[in-house]
Write a protein that binds this ligand. Sequence first.
Ligand code: C2O
Ligand code: CU
Length: 477
Amino acid sequence: MPRQQNFLIDRRTLLSGSAAMAAAAALPRRAQAQTPPVKEFRLTAAPGRAALAGAGNPQTAVWGYNGQVPGPEIRVRQGERVRVSVKNDLPEETTVHWHGVRVPNAMDGVPHLTQKPIAPGDTFTYEFDCADAGSFWYHPHVNSAAQVGRGLYGALIVEEREPLPVDRDITWVLDDWRLTKDGAISDDFGNMHDVSHAGRIGNFITVNGAVPETFEVRRGERIRLRLINTANARVFGLVFEDHAPMIVAMDGHPVAPHAPEGNRVVIGPAMRVDLVIDMAAAPNSRFAVFDRFYRGFEYRLFDLVYAGTPLRDAPPAREVSLPANPLAEPDLAAATRHDVLLGGGMMGQMASAQVDGKTVDIRSMFKRGLIWAINGVASTEHVHEPLLAVKRGSSHILAIANETAWWHPMHLHGHAFRVLSRNGAPTRHREWQDTVLIAPRERVEIAFAADNPGDWMFHCHVLEHQAGGMMATLRVA
Ligand code: C2O
Ligand code: CU
């Protein structure tokens, strides 16, 4: 075991060059003893079958990790090191991206940009420290719309060193699928209607890979609920009838506990929200959980059902809040400001964009599957000229203007950012996020300290929009 830990130190410094490795070899024993514990996992991405509609119904052919949808929940403690070997048994290349985890660039899972894609039959081992506690997730970054849409995703939970005092810690992985009448996944991935509109919105919702029926709770119980939206494109807006959830973390990072606006928990694609919900109603009572995001398309997701015997008379009175993660605070006074314009899509004004360095009109773009642009550039691949190249250690404000008629959950890899304002009004909680949901025509300012070196993706997490050009890279050097 100690030998293995020495190997870990060497391996890590290898990534940052041989000079550093020589320095590591000279480390005194004391420093070596501080290597964080390593948790090992194995994931195999492969085609399989899942009973999305529940036992007794026809199974759906899916792609999953370790034969499961969602893939196995990876659960570690803050400060631990994770080593995950990923075997690709799919008929095409893949990678795994650790969404929201501030990994070293070489572990970020972006094909060609940070690693060679994992060929069918091959294995790649990811290894990184979990510096931040919180709710994260993992998914492929190759052909993402189809690979994630077929079921490749799983939760990655990093527990705080001191667990939050709750009775249960529950994860709900929310997904929506597009199924045909016979229960198969509709294979119209990447069709231009989805790409140019709201993305691939499905017709079948699952929680943790199955159609939810009821969720049993007990009077007096306090639950931490980790919501993870793994849908390609659907935004959820959960309403818990007669209950008052408190948001305690967003995208994994602690936020001042607060009630969601209008008691509706809005969670865009790829986002996570951690709630604390107190169960204060009478035994044997029943309450609906609604999804009320899209007007006219509200539906009842399932019911909370109270058990006959209470856990205690009333939920604990004391407030819960989480300790901050070790994030570098952006220096707003010294920050450089950058305008970022999101353009394109149906009902947009964009007439042309830069594609591979050439100006291309929107009709020709469309024929190539492109309809979105960031600062006038539509990206076809993961590797291209960076949108921004910034100095390591510097602070930046991105003033993002959504000039389209559609919602965009914009995700930055390798960092978390503070959401400073929306339409010019300061946000109440200056929340840390890695994915910020931007409404049609909305302007949002985010700020971050560029402290993680490498080339990082900045893209829309409506996976069809990403494929349709809404993708850029940010270089920190
Ligand atoms: Cu969750 Cu670049 O993605
Ligand atoms: Cu988008």
